[in-house]
Design a binder for this molecule. Structure first.
Ligand code: DC
Length: 220
């Protein structure tokens, strides 16, 4: 039997992770946060790694092994046996992740890792290129969008809940910059798959977005 793959793509701070976790719980399957994979690479290799020689990056990535366990909100993505923690959840690491995500060597490494997780598990997979590049045959594809103001607001609240410093204006600028880079890179840029359902969440509550996702999955 084929695994069920639901893809959720969209720009930074749109609420993909929240929705992916909840939808995964509803469906009784794991969720895969692919942004966390890019973030963990950026975090482990450190600032400026995106300027290293390709062979040096490739050698470093050969030591990276991702595993997934659990279901819904309890899904745990681990790197070399250690669960990826909140240390990657800053806007600075987000920007580093966006920088390493422009590199074909990193994208191709993670493509293999993500597709092999999709071969083992049914997944709600969220990121930037899940519906376009990683799981092009997925039967359920969603693209979540929202204004940059609304997304900066949401990210601000999320950081506050984690007890991390947050400045709304600065976040707005950082998110707009990261979006620009993610949408305009040469390899696997952020965009909706032709067969994705786009949901503009700017004016919607979390429950409304969730209901739209569940209705979309049931309809397919
Ligand atoms: O979803 P996030 O904010 O955690 O993602 C961090 C960065 O990683 C994002 O700005 C671009 C990159 N990314 C990507 O290029 N492709 C993905 N599938 C997921 C994330």
């Amino acid at each position: 039997m084929h695994n069920l793959i639901v893809t959720i793509d969209g720009p930074a701070g749109v609420g993909k992770s929240t929705m992916a976790k909840r939808l995964a719980r509803e469906l009784g399957i794991p969720y895969l946060d692919t942004g966390a994979m890019f973030r963990s690479i950026a975090w482990k290799l450190g600032e400026g790694a995106w300027e290293w020689d390709e062979s040096r990056i490739e050698a470093a990535l050969a030591e990276f092994d991702y595993t997934l366990s659990g279901i819904g909100e309890e899904s745990i993505l681990s790197l070399n046996g250690t669960p990826i923690g909140d240390e990657i959840r800053t806007e600075q690491v987000g920007m580093w992740a966006s920088n390493v995500a422009t590199l074909p060597v990193v994208r191709s490494f993670l493509k293999t890792a993500q597709q092999s997780l999709g071969a083992r598990f049914s997944l709600v997979a969220e990121g930037r290129d899940m519906g376009t590049v990683i799981f092009p045959d997925a039967p359920n594809k969603f693209f979540l969008d929202a204004s940059v103001e609304e997304r900066a607001n949401r990210r601000c609240h999320q950081l506050e809940r984690l007890g991390k410093p947050a400045d709304l204006e600065e976040l707005k600028e950082q998110i707009a910059k990261r979006d620009h880079q993610d949408r305009n890179r040469a390899v696997a840029p952020l965009k909706a798959a032709d067969d994705a359902t786009t949901i503009d969440t700017t004016e919607l509550s979390k429950d409304q977005v969730f209901e739209a996702l569940v209705a979309g999955v049931k309809a397919s």
